[in-house]
Design a protein around this ligand. Structure first.
Ligand code: V0V
Ligand code: CO
Length: 142
């Protein structure tokens, strides 16, 4: 099995400060990590949902750092909402090699820097029925 868990659901928001309290109030989630990822053009907050045997699952709130970024463009087109789904993998290099062999359109052919030191890569939404999909090889313990 290539995928080990749902790592996170990425949600585009206009403002982290305006959205984090909703998740705290509704579900008692707390922010366990916050980071600016300049290459991806996002300021993100990770809220822990579950620590499982196969690793952790999160809600990832994404505020754009620039209008001309994936999340900035998404917000302008659709408004706030679900931006991507991210699955955990044990070995992202072999996962990407397997997808390349069977002809999937990858946004990242090699892994790039993700949240909390993870290695990530995106599969194009057009290749998976309109869903932007991210693979995550998390750092041990995340
Ligand atoms: C765009 N499209 C989407 C989409 N974003 N469809 C579903 N879900 C999304 N999130 C559709 C869009 O409606 C267009 O469809 C088409 O793709 C082209 O969109 P575009 O606005 O012209 O944008 P492009 O082509 O410049 O870029 C689209 C891609 C881009 C997917 C290539 O968003 C990208 O590189 N995404 C991966 C990086 C990313 O999302 N980073 C932010 C999260 P029509 O109109 O042609 O039908 S960073 C993150 O999650 C981190 C750091 C982490 O987890 O650690
Ligand atoms: Co993500």
């Amino acid at each position: 099995m290539l995928l080990s868990r749902i790592d996170h659901v990425g949600i585009a928001v206009a403002s982290l400060a305006g959205t984090i309290p909703l998740y705290e109030e509704a579900f008692g989630l707390t922010v366990v990590h916050q980071e600016d990822n300049d290459r991806q053009g996002v300021r993100e907050a990770m809220l822990l949902v579950n620590n499982g045997e196969a690793g952790s699952s999160y809600v990832q709130l994404l505020e754009p750092l620039r209008e001309d970024s994936p999340v900035g463009k998404f917000l302008a087109k659709w408004g706030p909402g679900i931006h991507h789904i991210a699955y955990g993998v044990a070995d992202i290099d072999s996962a990407l090699a397997a997808l390349t062999t069977i002809g999937f359109d990858l946004v990242n052919k090699t892994p790039v820097h993700g949240t909390a030191g993870s290695r990530i890569a995106f599969v194009h939404p057009k290749a998976l029925g309109g869903v932007l999909t991210e693979l995550v090889e998390a750092v041990e313990g995340h």
